[in-house]
Design a protein around this ligand. Structure first.
Ligand code: NAD
Length: 475
């Protein structure tokens, strides 16, 4: 019996082919499983979530090793940002599953006061989850938690750019989850394109905005709803009211995790020329404290995922003025945490999302100038504001557009599962995490159930023809 479909991505021999099968058969198998109704019961959903948790517990080290291979991700980062967030998401879903699944009674109008009126939480059906390479465990498994909780079947497509993790997921998931309901397809662009030709009931995609457009276009052919989790240039404004050592520590933490290959990493800093001097002095101290003289040798610092991304970043670096860092190791595809100064908006580093450890500073002399700079560009995933001034905090919250705002902190808003996580405009549509993932994969079906009570029928009988003006006055 087919357990995992692992199609070889063109030109990549990292993945083991266990069995080849046409993507349409994968979807057909999932659809047949969905039609049996087994995913709808509370017990099935709970058991599958329990199995997923067991998989994470049994194989946390397997995933940590795969992440080390793909990104040189250290154990701490792997646990904190990949394995633990998934485990927490599963535990939350298991605890709240009954409540999430239950039909929601709603307020009734006078006309329906005797009826049963509620919203039924209907599973979407067969959903497709496409992940990106930067957090390759979390970006596939977190959406899967919500898909299972909501009673769906799911096809997973991990990123081929993190092949060790894709291989681990393809090998392990079938050992724990129902093989008909949850399948994994590995491969690159041709395999994803083949999957996108199929009819799904929902698609959750994580990746670049460029490919997001391709996904949405493919989904349109079947009128399939989508959530697009994309990126962008998340700005960070900082003023001189802050506790400087602490602020810089928090900023650098958000940028150095995963060597800046984080969708919500601060992309660039907006601050005054005077503050820039203080910021660089602090940054130098902190980076030395964290990584010693040579960050490239630190076990706590990741590498750039592949040559192509490394070369892209080095090209940005070449035309910039480095204030701190700038060391590279080509054979290891590593770049040290780097702060760039005298950056112009027209520079290469300011054109696209950096997605690496380069942190340019653009000088602005007021919060309003920073806001204008942000608003002249595509809406980012997160807008960071570092200030103690409440009025300035609110100014950014009220007058800029972004998926989220995070004040005097970086990344941490991501782990608050009672808030939706997603972008706006070019950085995404839709959102997930916690209950929001359940909602994403659920159709809110409005149900009105009436009986045949003759007294109530009599009261409502004026609605039938023949109509008259007199009847209208009673209505
Ligand atoms: P990627 O190259 O791994 O691509 C993502 C997925 O799309 C992969 O599964 C890949 O196989 C598929 N894909 C790539 N090209 C395709 C094509 N032409 N047709 C069909 N499918 C295709 O990842 P990426 O795009 O380099 O990811 C980085 C981007 O993702 C960044 O912009 C980052 O900000 C964003 N991101 C967003 C989030 C979020 O939650 N909002 C999280 C992580 C990354």
């Amino acid at each position: 019996m087919l357990q995992a479909v692992t199609c070889l991505p063109s030109g990549n021999n990292h993945l083991q082919v266990t069995e080849k099968e046409d993507c349409s058969l994968v979807v057909k198998r999932a659809r047949n499983a969905f039609q049996t109704g087994k995913t709808r019961t509370y017990q099935f959903r709970y058991n599958q979530l329990q199995q997923l948790l067991k998989l994470c517990n049994d194989h946390d080290q397997t995933f940590a090793k795969a992440l080390q291979n793909d990104l040189k991700k250290g154990k701490f980062e792997s646990y904190l940002f990949e394995i633990c967030v998934v485990k927490n998401e599963i535990k939350t879903a298991m605890l709240q599953l009954k409540e999430w699944m239950s039909p929601k009674k709603v307020k009734k109008s006078l006309a329906t006061v005797w009826d049963d009126v509620y919203i039924y939480q209907q599973p979407m059906g067969v959903v497709l989850i496409i992940g990106a390479w930067n957090y390759p465990v979390q970006l596939v498994l977190m959406p899967l938690v919500g898909a299972i909780a909501a009673g769906n079947c799911a096809v997973l497509k991990p990123s081929e750019i993190a092949p060790a993790t894709a291989e681990a997921l393809a090998r392990l998931l079938p050992l724990y989850l129902d093989n008909d309901c949850f399948q994994i397809v590995c491969g690159g662009i041709p395999e994803t394109a083949q999957l996108l030709e199929q009819k799904f009931d929902y698609i959750l995609y994580t990746g670049s905005s460029k490919v997001g457009k391709i996904v949405r276009e493919a989904a349109n052919k079947h009128l399939t709803p989508v959530t697009l989790e994309m990126g962008g240039k998340s700005p960070l404004y900082i003023d001189d009211t802050v506790n400087m050592p602490l602020a810089v520590k928090r900023i650098l933490w958000g940028k150095c995790i995963n060597a800046g290959q984080t969708c919500i990493a601060p992309d660039y800093i907006l601050c005054s020329k005077v503050l820039q001097v203080k910021l660089i002095k602090e940054a130098e101290k902190i980076l030395k404290e964290w990584f010693g003289e040579s960050p490239l040798k630190s076990p706590d610092y990741c590498r750039i995922i592949n040559n192509s991304h490394f070369n892209r970043l080095v090209e940005m670096l070449r035309e910039s003025q480095v204030a701190i860092g700038g060391e590279i190791n080509e054979s290891e595809t590593m770049i040290s945490p780097t702060i760039l100064i005298n950056v112009k908006p027209t520079d290469k580093v300011m054109q696209d999302e950096i997605f690496g450890p380069l942190l340019p500073i653009i000088n602005v002399e007021s919060p309003q100038e920073a806001i204008n700079f942000i608003n002249e560009r595509e809406a980012p995933l997160t807008c960071y504001v570092f200030t103690k001034d409440k009025a300035v905090q609110n100014l950014f919250i009220n007058t800029t557009s972004s998926g989220s705002v995070c004040v005097n902190e970086t990344l941490t808003h991501f782990i608050v599962d009672t808030m939706p996580f997603g972008g706006v405009g070019n950085s995404g549509m839709g959102a997930y995490h916690g209950k929001f993932t359940f909602d994403t994969f659920t159709h809110q079906k409005s149900c009105l159930v009436k009986d045949y009570n003759p007294i109530i029928e009599n009261l409502a009988s004026n609605r039938y023809p023949p109509y008259s003006d007199k009847k209208l006055t009673i209505m």
